[in-house]
Design a protein around this ligand. Structure first.
Ligand SMILES: Cc1ncc(COP(=O)(O)O)c(C=O)c1O
Length: 428
């Protein structure tokens, strides 16, 4: 063995805060460091192999190292992979996204979901000439200040030290799936936009169809732009993302993760032409009338080409049939365990996003606020480590949820159900 997880961690803590590049990558007593990945498997530096449901934070819809992406990237590596100027692959990827996601008439690429949301806010403010931004309690849109508010329960605590209160003073918090309250707030506040996740990521709680339909209507009545954050759900729930499944047409959509084939840093904002054209400096030459967007690596040919290759797979029905069927199988299996063994909990999810909520007491199904407020934190943490000890990696300690990808099999899902059943029996 060349190195061990422990040895790497001991070096890491000296030069990286907590030894990790993101807090929830820390596991007790120390994290493992991955060396290799393929399909739905992840192998650490000690050779331990895990069935992966973390799946690159949900990005890897086609799994680790999908052949189509690897082949495309290999070809591009020989041609150059950071031109700085325009390249054919950004055009091809933009065309594909506009075809697959009908609400997207135009698109600009950047390097992360966080960045995409930053650009979306600026577009909305420029278009509506309003400054306030609506977001749902419990929804995560990256760590940019106007949206990094009321993410983790309880909502009343600031999400981070160092946030300028002025940067969040125009943020208006809305209750998810509660149309009456949202309508009242939106009618009163004169918002530039409302951001929503079609399925709240970590809790896997979907928007109710009637709710989202009503939200669309109230946004139309009040001149508020509706922005779908499809950083997770885009190309995961369907080729057209969560908006296809929910039957909704947002004004703007933000993407990340799977839009670049899942293996690279990427983001994008797209939507209605009349809004997106605010980024067109040839139509809006005056600096103060043009929405600024940038990024050294935006539209990088390696990433764009990987995304284009992945799109050819996303167009195939089989990808989503397989992932959604496995998601349904997992949901039913987990629900059955809770009912049979008699442990308080609820299984949430849509398509390939599934979560078992261990609860202290009964909560209303798919009510994000009560689910999060009643979570049995100790059980959630214990469950994570039980899975890890059975060589299953879920995302993440204390917030266990599963991203199913195309390479997962029925056997993988059945094994996950059996391992969960053993856990639930052990805590009964
Ligand atoms: C719904 C959602 N929006 C935005 C982001 C931020 O994306 P990124 O991590 O690429 O900045 C994430 C990240 O997980 C996300 O889940």
């Amino acid at each position: 063995m060349l190195t061990s997880n422990r040895a790497l961690y001991e070096r890491a803590v000296k030069v990286i805060p907590a030894g990790v590049t993101r807090p929830f990558r820390f596991f007790e007593p120390y994290p493992f460091y991955a060396r290799r990945a393929y399909g739905c498997r992840l192998v650490d530096v000690e050779g331990n192999e895990y069935v992966d449901y973390w799946m690159g934070h949900g990005a890897l819809v086609l799994g680790h190292m999908p052949k189509c992406v690897v082949d495309a990237v290999k070809e591009q590596l020989d041609l150059g992979f950071h031109f700085g100027v325009c390249n054919e692959w950004e055009v091809k990827l933009a065309e594909e996204v506009c075809k697959l996601v009908p609400s997207v008439e135009m698109i600009r690429f950047n390097n992360s979901g966080t960045e995409a949301n930053m650009h979306a806010i600026r577009l909305a403010r420029a278009y509506t000439k309003r400054m306030k931004v609506g977001k749902f309690a419990g929804h995560f849109h990256g760590v940019l200040e106007p949206l990094y508010v009321a993410v983790n329960w309880p909502w009343d605590e600031p999400e981070s030290a160092g946030i300028d209160p002025l940067a969040t003073k125009n943020t208006v918090i809305l209750p998810f799936n509660d149309l009456d309250t949202c309508s009242k707030i939106i009618k009163k506040e004169e918002l530039a936009c409302v951001f929503f996740e079609p399925v709240q990521g970590a809790a896997c709680v979907p928007a109710e169809k009637e709710f989202i339909k009503g939200l669309r209507e109230v946004c139309d009545q009040t001149g508020t732009l509706l922005i779908a954050d499809e950083v997770i759900t885009g190309f995961r729930l369907a080729p057209g993302g969560g908006q296809e499944v929910l039957g909704i047409k947002p004004d703007l959509t933000t993407f990340g993760k799977a839009i670049g084939g899942g293996e690279f840093p990427v983001g994008a904002v797209g939507g209605r032409k009349d809004i997106m054209e605010l980024m067109d400096h040839t139509k809006h030459p005056k600096r103060s009338e043009n929405v600024a967007q940038g990024g050294t690596y935006s539209g990088n040919p390696l990433v764009m080409r990987a995304g284009y290759a992945a799109m050819q797979e996303y167009k195939k029905k089989d990808v989503y049939n397989s992932m959604n069927n496995l998601g349904g199988r997992l949901k039913t299996g987990l629900q059955d365990i809770l009912e049979r063994i008699g442990i308080e909990g609820y299984v949430a999810g849509l398509g390939s996003m599934v979560k078992i909520h261990f609860l202290k007491e009964k909560a209303k199904n798919d009510d994000l606020q009560t689910l999060l407020s009643k979570v049995h934190k100790e059980r959630e943490i214990k469950y994570f480590y039980h899975l890890v000890s059975n060589k299953i990696l879920a995302m993440a300690p204390g917030k266990v949820h599963f991203f199913i990808s195309y390479p997962h099999t029925r056997e993988d899902i059945d094994n996950l159900i059996t391992v969960t059943e053993n856990f639930v029996k052990s805590i009964k």
